[in-house]
Design a protein around this ligand. Structure first.
Ligand SMILES: [Zn+2]
Length: 462
């Protein structure tokens, strides 16, 4: 493996999260120090226990000096227990909310991973003990706090406004700065502060999930959610909202809380049918000090922003099954966000064949997932081995995306374009990343590229 030649040369290696939106995993080496940013699971197909996730790490995990976690989505933290199992013993850093949420996410994902491993007659990707060991290595730092590292490197987190506790991580050395954006929030978010601006990055590793697309305007999203709930009630139908347990669920609850309390929608039972989402919502309430000013003011004024008349939280499988026998109309929020597992698929199997029902997609639907297949207008979808006809309406509200759109990403890079020697577009499907790179070159004149897995580049830190 190549090592940095001089004190003023760093090497950046793209181990994962390139050419795809998941599996974030980057290595930065320099000043005698070896650092990692994120260690995520590869997802997006029907399985998460694929061989990409089982493959040994292409370096010795024991040789790494620290791991920085931008946020708690499983495609950024999901392989950490394996890293620890394989010999990593150094500190893991994130913000305090990111630590708590990552713990909930990692314990929860064990169930899925175990089920898949059993099906394939393989040992699980990692055991509970590995998650516990990872949590013992975990340290927290707040936004803007200096984290001094060996060799004179200083790390800092900045708010990326993507999910609660999410960060960009910047490494300063010799007056130079390398910034990894993690995922960048689509501001304004109902709950979170806007992502901080970066104006002084010499090297920028930036996400590009929506590098080739723009979202609908923010004002539209709440109005459309209101209209869809109203229609569901009027037609005595069922509204299914597959939602990611982290952030999307809390955003939707927050919006519905406001619609209910302002009596914009008629009374209707709203089921939150996901143990993980219920748990994460509790962590959001715990760390509400990290919300934006507007949300904090509401809470200070006495509003329990994730609770309202009609909300039913269903923890157990029996409670979840009982939703089927509850009267219509009703709204069901459940995971997984791309309909490739979780409780939502049982509801989809029951309710998709009826035209008075609606499936509302509010998150990113990766290529190949049932969510994307339904979004693309398929007449049937395979659920639990059965071809289910889709007669329900399938609607998408893209304004709820937790990622900056193409224009937002351009604006973000624009602020640091005069300083940036190089911009690397990562975390995008090839089409999105390459389109974004071309746009950066054409409109901002920056030196941009979309790296391939395993690519390593030398960074000049003089
Ligand atoms: Zn994310």
């Amino acid at each position: 493996m190549a090592t940095p030649k001089g004190k003023e040369e760093f090497i950046l290696t793209f181990w994962g999260g390139v050419g795809t939106v998941t599996g974030a995993h980057f290595m930065l080496e320099g000043a005698g120090t070896r650092l990692l940013v994120d260690c995520g699971l590869v997802q997006g197909h029907f399985r998460v226990g694929d061989k990409e996730n089982r493959a040994p790490f292409p370096y010795d995990p024991a040789s790494v000096d620290a791991l920085f976690v931008t946020h708690s989505h499983i495609d950024h933290v999901g392989r950490i227990p394996k890293l620890v199992h394989d010999g990593f013993t150094s500190p893991i850093y994130s913000t305090p909310p990111a630590r708590d949420i990552a713990e909930a996410m990692l314990y929860d994902s064990m169930g899925v991973l175990e089920k898949e491993a059993r099906r394939d007659n393989l040992p699980p990707l990692y055991a509970e003990a590995d998650v516990a060991a990872a949590m013992r290595l975990w340290k927290t730092a707040d936004y803007h706090e200096d984290i001094p590292l060996a060799g004179g490197i200083v790390a800092r987190f900045r708010d990326s406004g993507h999910v609660l506790g999410s960060s960009m991580v910047e490494f300063s050395y010799n007056g130079r700065k390398i910034v990894f954006t993690g995922d960048l929030g689509n501001s304004p978010s109902p709950l979170l502060p806007d992502p901080e601006e970066v104006t002084d990055a010499d090297y920028l590793v930036i996400e590009s999930v929506y590098g080739d697309r723009n979202h609908e305007p923010h004002e539209e999203r709440k109005r459309r959610l209101e209209a869809i709930i109203e229609r569901t009630v009027k037609e005595k139908g069922v509204l299914m909202i597959p939602a990611f347990s982290l952030e999307r669920t809390q955003e939707i609850l927050y919006e519905i809380n406001s619609l209910v309390e302002n009596m914009n929608i008629p009374p209707v039972p709203i089921y939150l049918d996901s143990p993980l989402a219920i748990k994460v919502t509790g962590l959001y309430a715990k760390w509400s000090g990290y919300f934006n000013g507007r949300a904090r003011a509401l809470i200070k004024g006495g509003d329990d922003v994730f609770n309202f008349p009609g909300l039913v939280k269903t923890m157990t499988t029996e409670e979840s099954r009982a939703i089927l026998n509850s009267p219509d109309p009703k709204v069901i929020i459940a995971g997984s966000g791309m309909s490739n597992g979780g409780r939502i698929i049982h509801h989809e199997k029951n309710y998709l064949p009826d035209e008075k029902n609606t499936l509302l997609l509010v998150g990113y639907q990766a290529a190949g997932t049932p969510g994307r297949i339904m979004q693309d207008g398929a007449g049937t979808v395979k659920i639990l081995g059965e071809e289910v006809p889709i007669r329900a309406r399938v609607e998408t509200i893209s304004g709820y995306s937790a990622h900056k759109d193409s224009d937002g990403l351009m604006e973000f890079v624009g602020r640091t374009k005069d300083k940036a020697k190089q911009v690397f577009a990562v975390m995008g499907e090839p089409k999105a990343a390459l389109f974004f790179v071309q746009k950066l070159r054409d409109y901002l004149g920056v030196n941009a590229s979309a790296p391939m897995p395993g690519d390593r580049v030398t960074l000049d830190m003089k």
